[in-house]
Design a protein around this ligand. Structure first.
Ligand code: NI
Length: 390
């Protein structure tokens, strides 16, 4: 059996059932790591923003962070706050797109958002509108945003709290309509990986936290000791393993590994006080993170810290790793520079790539249970294939 193409995901993929196994084949090829070589550092965040139309902010910020680490540049507290707002606004935009337009149709037994109740779709549209506006305000444009090495493009000079509070209230009134997102079964038990800051969820977190039966923490520079990529001939996406185990990142991993520190989202995240492995719970976790993103943006906006929004950057030879939480999970950028600040080598590890092994294993487990909801399982991961083949 072959499903081609897999619909309501970002990019092109094929699902093939063959000899008792199910293969999730990603057949795009991009080549960003190669054509970054020889480019000057200042263009790197702009080039990597072109990897993806949905999560460009994550790439550009991971990039800038890696470069700043390589050149030993400290950004101001204000830049840190503004970058957090950017990452959260993009998560709101991306999660809203996924839940309301790509995932919900499955739950309403429909092929498109036309089968989803209109009031819910409207909520999704409003979330995306305000999130894109916020990103555009700080990073000039919502798609192909500008993030600068050493800072951000613009300060936040407008208050969006009324709009955000209206959306949050609209969501609160409708929360009981999403109970069905808590349904799901365990297909495979896996390892998990996320950023965190002292055990708390943070899309611009300070260190990595992993789970392979036990929780362990490590710094950005040690990522390659824990996360090892393998290659399989049937896909252009690689297969990473965390300490030899199939690993997952994204909303489920974040809520499994970290505590949530905003009011309503904390209540909703109670569901994840033990490690949860049900793949379809990714959708519920995404809903919790929509609430978290709105609450956290409101909190940061209300207490913006001070400092310059950009600073002078002097390149030097060396290497640096930058990590952020993208909507789909942990995103790692690693560069090596020569003394002029030209890229010698680039390595990008993208969330959908990390989830790739689990997606394949889950499809085979689904098949072995005699079920055929393959596309719904793939969609739970909200895969971004143009990112994964970078
Ligand atoms: Ni992407």
């Amino acid at each position: 059996m072959i499903i081609e193409p897999v619909t309501r995901i970002e990019g092109n993929a094929v699902i093939e059932v063959k000899d008792g196994r199910v293969y999730f084949k990603v057949l795009e090829f991009r080549g960003f790591e190669k054509f970054l070589e020889g480019r000057s550092f200042e263009f790197v965040p702009m080039i990597t923003a072109r990897i993806c139309g949905i999560c460009p902010v994550s790439h550009s910020i991971a990039s800038a962070r890696a470069i700043e680490n390589a050149f030993e540049i400290e950004i101001s507290e204000r830049v840190e706050d503004l970058r957090r707002i950017l990452l959260l606004a993009q998560t709101l935009q991306s999660h809203a797109l996924h839940i309301f337009f790509l995932a919900l149709p499955d739950y309403f037994k429909s092929d498109s958002f036309e089968g989803v109740p209109k009031d819910l779709v409207k909520l999704g549209v409003e979330m995306r509108k305000i999130a894109n506006e916020i990103v555009g305000r700080i990073a000039v444009r919502p798609v192909h945003p500008e993030v600068i090495v050493g800072g951000v493009a613009r300060d936040l000079d407008r208050d969006y709290s009324n709009e955000l509070k209206t959306i949050l209230n609209g969501l609160k009134e409708n929360l009981d309509k999403f109970e069905f997102l808590k349904e799901g079964e365990v297909l495979n038990e896996t390892a998990y990986l996320s950023l965190n800051s002292k055990g708390v969820i943070d899309f611009y977190g300070e260190s990595l936290v992993g789970y392979d039966g036990e929780i362990f923490e490590f710094g950005f520079n040690e990522y390659s000791e824990h996360l090892v990529e393998k290659v399989e001939s049937f896909s252009f996406t690689k297969f990473p393993y965390l300490r030899g185990k199939v690993c997952r990142v994204g909303p489920l991993a974040r809520l499994n590994l970290t505590k949530v520190d905003t009011d309503l989202a904390r209540e909703l995240s109670e569901e994840f006080k033990d490690i949860r492995h049900e793949t379809l719970l990714y959708n519920y976790a995404r809903l919790v993170e929509i609430v978290y993103s709105i609450e956290k943006i409101l909190e940061i906006m209300g207490n913006l810290r001070g400092g310059e929004i950009r600073q002078r950057v002097e390149p030097k030879a060396g290497e640096g790793v930058g990590v952020v939480e993208a909507p789909r999970g942990t995103l790692i950028h690693h560069y090596e520079f020569d003394e002029k600040g030209l890229v010698r080598r680039a390595n990008l590890i993208v969330p959908t790539t990390i989830n790739n092994t689990a997606i394949n294993e889950d499809l085979t487990a689904t098949y072995k249970k005699g079920k055929e909801n393959f596309e719904m399982i793939v969609r739970a991961y909200d895969p971004c294939l143009s990112c994964s083949t970078h």
